[in-house]
Design a protein around this ligand. Structure first.
Ligand SMILES: [Ca+2]
Length: 427
């Protein structure tokens, strides 16, 4: 326990800082789409838990050690993993910053799917063609999708996060905010060390504990990582076969349908019922066709089965028909912006068109205060937007649509400064 007691001063400081650092609300969906740190994978299944009563780090760690040993982690593995553990201020700061997130979807897409990233993706695809084709054949997920995840998650392995995963998860598990979630991930990380897949000093990742070139959280690693090169270790840090194999295995497990596309950009007819442009509303593709939905650039609507219409920038922005494989992408990271980035990047990597229609780039993002004001005013006017939490979800969008319909506007549910101004005038 010697290394732990040397932490005591830092830990006491940390406890003081943490007491003042409780924030409410997890990040809105766009915040999970940073793509460069796996924050998303962490937030994906994050469970909000109330702050617990403070426990000394020493006691906390002793309890963790007991739990780890009962799961088959050896004392030697545990003590080696925690020999130099540090609670990381930077991790805490980044966790606290997550809630405030103001940017438009196109700002995110501009960087996530830049021309440079598309070009480099085509180069990576060619360089690794034989390997990618083999993995693709094994799991039924196209090479360009595997390369697109790699590009969005870590810029093709260049930005995997420099944090010790044990340090990061310990900080987040001890702190109290989403502690139970991160404690489970920490125990899973110890099981990975026990299995010998990676040495403790090479187990690096994002501030939220998303690891290696696939940015897998430890529980995802345990369930889905693949030893594709057959050396006996699942190495998502250094082995490209393992990186692609793990991505493919996970995406397949998430419901990827071989031979189907994620969807396509579409053009909606005038008078389109924008109330129905929600991910939760699926219809047979033939039905969308009957409603006058056409493929962008004159393309036909592809495929059979069902699909939803996705509009992320209001009726003045592009529209997409999204199929089951789009939802499979979202299980990697439950954000529509993220999934669209992977989808569009994969198209560009494969030499297909990117997004054709323009975004309403004159629109500025609403601040959190403005989003809350939108919800407050919708509630006052009787449009029932749900709780006033500053997060624009389906409830708020539907309330906005009801307001837009009564005001003679296109009911796209897209919150803009102009719409806030209309709400102010109506109140
Ligand atoms: Ca391997």
């Amino acid at each position: 326990m010697r290394p732990i007691s040397s932490l005591s001063v830092r830990v006491l400081l940390a406890a003081g800082v943490l007491a003042g650092c409780q924030t409410t609300g997890t990040a809105p969906e766009a915040a999970t789409a940073t793509g460069s740190g796996g924050t998303a994978t962490a937030a994906a299944s994050a469970v909000q838990v109330p702050a617990r009563k403070p426990q000394s780090f020493r006691d906390w760690l002793a309890e963790l050690r007991r739990d780890a040993l009962s799961r088959g982690v050896s004392a030697a593995t545990f003590d080696r993993a925690f020999a130099n553990v540090r609670l990381q201020d930077r991790v805490r700061q980044l966790d606290g910053n997550q809630a405030e997130f103001n940017r438009m979807v196109w700002t995110y897409l501009d960087s996530a799917v830049s021309d440079q990233r598309a070009r480099q993706g085509r180069e990576r695809l060619q360089e690794n063609a034989r390997l990618l084709n083999r993995v693709s054949g094994e799991f039924g997920v196209p090479p360009e999708i595997l390369v697109a995840f790699w590009g969005i998650e870590t810029d093709y392995g260049r930005q995997t996060g420099g944090f010790s995963v044990i340090d990061a998860l310990t900080t987040l598990a001890y702190e109290g905010r989403r502690a139970d979630y991160f404690r489970r991930e920490l125990l899973a990380a110890l099981e990975i060390l026990q299995s010998g897949d990676i040495a403790p000093d090479r187990m690096t990742g994002s501030w939220a504990g998303a690891m290696g070139q696939t940015q897998f959280m430890p529980t995802v690693f345990l369930a889905h990582a693949q030893d594709e090169d057959g050396d006996g270790r699942r190495d998502i840090w250094g082995s490209l076969p393992d990186v692609f194999g793990s991505t493919a295995r996970f995406v397949k497990a998430n419901g990827w349908k071989t031979g189907e596309s994620w969807g396509q950009e579409v053009v909606l007819p005038s008078g389109f019922p924008y109330e129905e442009a929600e991910l939760t509303i699926t219809k047979p593709i033939a039905e969308w066709r009957r409603l006058g939905v056409r493929g962008a650039g004159g393309a036909a609507l592809q495929g059979e089965g069902t699909a939803a219409i996705l509009v992320l920038g209001g009726h003045q922005g592009p529209a997409f028909l999204v199929r089951d494989n789009f939802r499979a992408i979202m299980r990697y990271n439950p954000s529509t912006s993220y999934a669209l980035a992977v989808a569009v990047l994969s198209d560009r990597i494969a030499g297909r068109e990117g997004i054709r229609a323009g975004w309403p780039r004159h629109e500025q993002p609403l601040t959190r205060e403005e989003r809350e004001e939108v919800q407050q005013r919708l509630a006052t006017l009787g449009f029932e937007p749900g709780p006033v939490d500053g997060l624009i979800g389906a409830n708020t969008r539907n309330a906005l649509r009801r307001f837009q319909a009564t005001a003679g506007l296109v009911p796209d549910g897209f919150a803009t400064k102009g719409l806030l101004e209309r709400l102010r005038r109506a109140s």
